[in-house]
Design a protein around this ligand. Structure first.
Ligand code: FAD
Length: 540
């Protein structure tokens, strides 16, 4: 990427903020676990920085199945307590913490003649699963094949004896992670993406910060901190080896790949397709497309190289084909593919049946490492990491109250206000902005009111508009075209990126960056964090 002088100014400003130091906690890794840890820590009054080598949620945290769920598979594994806890977290996220981004979806479990499960077992499973969420989504039950086909037009009906019905939620994982980033910044954390930790600093045999390399301007410098948290997901053992070259591996990795397909007709429910051997495959309506997956294979190569291969595509389509009509599953419908890595505890046996546990450890030089776990329980994992790090930190109160994420709101209420303030905006754009931005959509409306050209769609077939690109740069830490098209907007996951769009976004990125000299007359935006603003105001 050709760095412009404004871009370089921005990177320098990040460096100044980080070099000032005085951090209680530096979190390495800006996936959902690092961001959540930073959020909890900043809320507790600690001085926190997050350092992310790529983009926030650029790795596993934007490669999930997008489910906020109790976890039907844990029920099958007999882990009733885990399902109960996950359900409670799911409801909290959907009801209060992020209701615009965490949306309910009914799930059907199709039961075919000769399939792996019978009606009695699935009927009982649906009932227990819904009981563990206190029937707050209504009781799970069996449904006739006819009713199921009315909800899912592409459901394969030959041999279908009925379906189980249960409820879970889904999200846009990239945008939800960004809202957690906003929350951390609002609570005072300094967030830096495109910055890689290359070594640890040492004071008297203990880790006292990190040496970093800026992946945009190439500069190298150090960041001092009392405690460093290693929240690098699939890279967790790489960082542990930086702490102690003799450290034995602590986790194994399993790849999961997904496809996004153009959908012929909207579905009213998702499918959980039982496969032989106890696995399931999902077919989920998501962002007006169809999300399929996932696979589950051991992975030993470099985590940075993980990708959805042609063999994965074949497997995902074949597994979906158990329940989805063949004409929906033609390769020409594929608009996007992606893969991520599950981080599993070391152990014998196949990865498919390994527990998705979170393990927090402290290394010989004080590095706090977190590995594994679910997106659904990100708040609890962040809290657990902080609890563990506490022995090295000032005495802080760890609050557990339900704090809502920035922008959190009933999306229908946001849409009503948006419609009134921007009456020319098409309904699909209004609904898209309301659900993906919550009350932050009003900032986008202000941008569009100031410059009506920003209300134009980025691609005629999608609901994303140019105001989002500007907002991504000014308020959401976007530095590259991929940051914008893959994670701040949904252009790429809908298969709508063209060379012209990439070029126009690149132009907007540089044109939108405020020169630092003009930014000095007003407080910098959230990308430097309120903490840095407070320190600047205090003349620190
Ligand atoms: C296929 C798949 C499907 C899933 N589906 C679901 C689901 O539907 N629901 C659910 O609840 N959970 C799901 N999960 C689990 C969930 O996605 C993960 O638990 C979660 O995203 C892990 O987040 P993380 O922050 O630990 O890791 P990551 O998101 O991978 O973040 C780690 C970050 O560390 C950064 N990093 C690495 N090295 C350095 C360095 N040296 N310096 C700076 N930064 C560095 C990386 O760039 C990366 O962004 C799924 C997981 C997979 C793999």
């Amino acid at each position: 990427m050709r760095a412009t002088s404004r871009l370089l100014d921005r990177r320098k400003a990040i460096r100044t903020s980080l070099e000032r130091g005085g951090f209680d906690l530096v979190v390495v890794g800006g996936g959902i676990i690092g961001l959540s840890t930073a959020w909890q820590a900043a809320r507790a009054g600690l001085r926190v920085a997050v350092i992310e080598r790529g983009d926030f949620a650029g790795a596993t945290s934007s490669a999930s199945t997008k489910l906020v769920h109790g976890g039907l598979r844990y029920l099958a594994m007999g882990d009733v307590r885990l399902v109960y806890e996950n359900h409670a977290e799911r409801r909290a996220l959907a009801d209060t913490v992020a209701p615009n981004l965490v949306r309910p979806v009914p799930f059907l479990v199709p039961l075919y003649e000769g399939g792996p499960h019978g009606r009695v077992k699935i009927g009982a499973g649906m009932l227990v699963y819904s009981a563990l969420s206190k029937f707050e989504d209504g009781p799970g039950r069996l449904m006739s094949a006819k009713k199921a086909a009315a909800m899912v037009p592409a459901l394969r009906v030959e041999g279908l004896r009925g379906c189980g019905l249960y409820s879970d939620h889904q999200m846009n994982d990239s945008r939800l992670a960004l809202m957690v980033a906003h929350a951390a910044a609002d609570a005072g954390a300094v967030l830096a993406n495109h910055l890689e930790v290359v070594a640890f600093r040492d004071r008297g045999g203990r880790i006292s910060g990190a040496d970093v390399r800026d992946r945009i301007d190439g500069s190298e410098y150090g960041v001092d901190a009392q405690v460093v948290v290693n929240a690098t997901g699939p890279w967790v053992d790489h960082l542990r080896a930086m702490e102690d070259p003799g450290a034995a591996p602590s986790v194994r990795l399993a790849k999961g790949a997904h496809l996004v397909l153009r959908q012929h007709e909207p579905w009213q429910a998702a499918l959980t397709i039982p496969l032989d051997g106890g696995r399931v495959s999902f077919a989920i309506p998501w962002e007006e497309q169809l999300l399929l997956g996932t696979t589950d294979e051991p992975y030993d190569a470099d985590p940075a190289d993980v990708a959805c291969t042609d063999a994965d595509v074949e497997q995902i389509l074949a597994e979906a084909g158990h329940a989805v009509a063949a004409d929906q599953l033609v390769p020409e419908n594929i608009v996007y593919r992606f893969a991520g890595l599950r981080v599993l505890p070391l152990g014998e046996g196949d990865t498919q049946h390994a527990k998705r546990e979170t393990v927090v450890t402290i290394g010989p030089r004080g590095l706090v490492s977190v590995a594994g776990g679910k997106w659904t329980t990100f708040r609890r994992i962040g809290f657990d990491v902080l609890h563990k790090a506490r022995e090295f930190l000032p005495d802080v109160e760890l609050g557990r109250a339900d704090v809502v994420l920035p922008g959190a709101a009933d999306p229908d209420a946001v849409a009503r206000v948006l419609r009134a303030s921007t009456p020319d905006l098409p309904d699909d754009v209004v609904a898209h902005l309301a659900s993906h931005y919550g009350t932050h959509a009003h900032a986008l409306a202000t941008l569009m009111a100031t410059d009506p050209a920003l209300a134009r769609r980025i691609h005629p077939d999608g609901p994303d508009v140019w105001a989002q690109v500007v907002y991504a740069v000014t308020d959401e830490w976007a530095f590259t075209v991929d940051d914008v098209l893959r994670r701040r907007t949904t252009v790429e996951v809908r298969g709508l990126v063209t060379p012209q769009i990439r070029a126009d976004v690149a132009k907007t990125l540089t044109a939108t960056l405020p020169p630092l000299s003009s930014a000095r007359s007003e407080p910098p935006r959230s990308w430097l964090g309120r903490w840095s603003r407070r320190r600047q105001a205090a003349g620190a």
